[in-house]
Write a protein that binds this ligand. Sequence first.
Ligand SMILES: Nc1ncnc2c1ncn2[C@@H]1O[C@H](COP(=O)(O)OP(=O)(O)OP(=O)(O)O)[C@@H](O)[C@H]1O
Length: 256
Amino acid sequence: MIRVRDLRVAYGDRVVAEVPELDVARGECVAIVGESGSGKSTTLLALLGLTEGARVSGEVSVCGVDVMKARPRALRAVRGAKAALVIQSPQAALSPTTRLGVLMRRALRLHGVGGGSDTSGKAARGIDEVMAQACEAVMLDPAILRRYPHEISGGQAQRFAIALAIALGAEVIMADEPTSALDVTVQAEVVGVLRELREERGLAVLLVSHDLALVSTIADRVLVMKDGVVVESGPARHVLRDPDHPYTRELLEALP
Ligand SMILES: Nc1ncnc2c1ncn2[C@@H]1O[C@H](COP(=O)(O)OP(=O)(O)OP(=O)(O)O)[C@@H](O)[C@H]1O
């Protein structure tokens, strides 16, 4: 689902992320960890061709699309539907005066899901069904679709963002610190949802986090970044229990 080789992102003369190899298969979760400024978010954005003003080189393929060479239309399909970016506080990106259901319906129509731009009763019922199923997939009561963004909690907003991705038929979820703004029990809910989606629906998950405790509960493989460079990578069991690199040991020792 994701294949990266020799990715290099530079702003001006400064190389801020270098990733020699990164693969995420269907149903797999790979985490990129490291302290603030280590290049995690930049790597994620480069995978979607969203690093404006940067010099980017290397090979990046997401859902079969060559991100470095793709035409704008193919790139939009990847960003809008095939690969969903889940960010720390999605509420801020939602229009405050639009109910969640209206917002989701618009997104589905735009992408031609469940009847596309067809506004007949049959198509509307098709969309309703897709929306309800997407909510249920992330353990949200579909009644939430009648609410406004300020009427839901941070954990619900995060799950709504994931539901939107599911409804659009996402194959890949890229999550950038998806639980940092949430308290511990709500964090567990969101991680539970991500875990289930990859196990039950075969979604590929690329998770960016500085929270190693959280990463240990979901990731199959881990990449550790420091100052823009991958210092260690491998199976989560190995990297998080018996790391080779002193920096990874430092990160683990900093855990409460
Ligand atoms: N648009 C930009 N222009 C110039 N430098 C940038 C830009 N975006 C990011 N950087 C620099 O790239 C480096 C890596 O940033 P990045 O956001 O990828 O780190 P991160 O590991 O995700 O950190 P955080 O957890 O704080 O988000 C930082 O030094 C940052 O200042």
